[in-house]
Design a protein around this ligand. Sequence first.
Ligand code: NAD
Ligand code: LMR
Length: 444
Amino acid sequence: MENMKKFSVVIAGGGSTYTPGIVMMLLDNLDRFPLRKLKLYDNDEQRQAVLGEALDIVLKEKAPDIEYTFTTNPEEAFTDVDFCFAHIRTGKYEMREKDEKIPLKYGVVGQETCGPGGIAYGMRSIGDMIEMIDLMEKYSPDCWMLNYSNPAAIVAEACRVLRPNSKVLNICDMPVGTLRRMSHIIGKEPKDLEVRYFGLNHFGWWTSVKDKEGNEYLPQIRDYVAENGYLTQKEVDTQHMDASWQETHKKAKDLLAVDPRFLPNTYLKYYLYPDYVVEHSNPSYSRANEVIDGREKTVFSTAKAIVEKGTAEGSEFEMGAHATFVVDLARAIAFNTHERMLLIVENNGAIANFDDDAMVEVPCIVGTDGPEPLSQGKIPEFQRALMYQQVTVEKLVVQAYIEGSYQKLWQALTLSKTVSSAKVAKDLLDDLIEANKGYWPELK
Ligand code: NAD
Ligand code: LMR
């Protein structure tokens, strides 16, 4: 520890509800990933200040040696940093709510990352993400961005097209959370297990779950999921716990039934059972409302209590234990650990019978030079066709953004498996354009 290199980290989206959990997790992992500097960066000064001031107190009490600041000044944020952990939300919950509620008006899935909501959020996020990558490269050319801002699939495709040589790694916590459930089901720890997986972000399947000795657990997990989905008796996943998430874990049972060979990613429910999802959605109270009334309230009231009392004693932030994967990823790059992790990367043959230039989610070995995707062989035609449809939606969105093309965005919405017709797609698009004024480029 004494001689271990220490790192400077900026958390972009400093005002995110996830920031305190990430900071607490970083403080808990200082022996594995020592810090010399920690900065928060956001473009909403007021929102960030609430968390920033509370964390100032936490840092002074727990780790006074770490130089800590929070800022809205890009130069200050991005100068002298080794890693940028990015979790921004362009348009915040106000726009998330629209992403979820506008599609529901048309009887279409309203979700943060899947279907029209994800497309709308993608159109808002690309510009901000690219701007942030440019800032990082301007002030700290050697810095790596570990991005988990959503919608990760569209953001990753935009990075591939617009900043192909940038040091940006796109990662999602859903497979991490589900693996934690799987390991609980078979009485193991996530670190005991190695998986094979193929798909796109929020759109994939596990084909193997083995322990380090090579014993295969997929059949045992499958038997459990066929009965219960990924719902476990004990609360093993600290993040995906709200009522709507319990429902989603349970629904994996019906996803499995469509192809019992593989274990499905929970987000497939929006594509395979959109009618069920719409029927079970409340058009006047969506996930955004659940988060505003739940996670956001808890995190911000804890922050205010800490600031009022001038100490974190008695009102601690909850640690984002699920987020240790971010440290694993940073460590893999910093210390060349060759950790095996699922990342969103350019396919280039990892899935043998899928397009080279598709951004796919597959296991990778991660070291100092970044990720090396592991070959997953050929995939069956059912999954391949679904993936091709979805990846084309994602590509059309990025093209629509770059070209300012109404036509391409209409095509993207029409192609989405969640949308029933070109007519619905067009009505929805016109509504989304109105709602996203000032966020989207002008479309012609
Ligand atoms: P949030 O609204 O609480 O926080 C987002 C913050 O980003 C806000 O403070 C906002 O002001 C800030 N922001 C927006 N645009 C910015 C910009 N251009 N520069 C700097 N800051 C900016 O949102 P949240 O619910 O905490 O989620 C944050 C992000 O993390 C979302 O994109 C969410 O989808 C994502 N997320 C990802 C995963 C994953 O594993 N991939 C899991 C959960 C959440
Ligand atoms: C969030 O946490 O808000 C999302 O990113 C995922 C979820 O829980 O809906």
